[in-house]
Design a protein around this ligand. Structure first.
Ligand SMILES: [Zn+2]
Ligand SMILES: [Zn+2]
Length: 73
């Protein structure tokens, strides 16, 4: 078992932890569709609407802009 030093998430395999650790890199504002990251949440919001043609205040939008803290909950 491998534990993430940042959030405490436990992974069975080291490769899973390595993959997981990437979510802590840089910005939390990551597009869940293309995994592009943004320094500003507003920029992510605009990206999702413009690049993926997803309207704001829809379940698809919420999924796309979900912050990393919410992943394991
Ligand atoms: Zn973590
Ligand atoms: Zn995207």
């Amino acid at each position: 078992m491998f534990k993430c030093a940042v959030c405490g998430k436990v992974c069975v395999y080291k490769r899973d932890l390595n993959r997981h650790a990437k979510i802590h890199d840089g910005s939390k504002n990551m597009c869940r569709i293309c995994r592009k990251t943004f320094t500003r949440r507003n920029a992510l919001s605009i990206h999702v609407q413009n690049c993926h043609k997803i309207a704001k205040n829809t379940p698809e939008f919420e999924n796309a802009v979900q912050i990393t803290d919410a992943i394991d909950k």
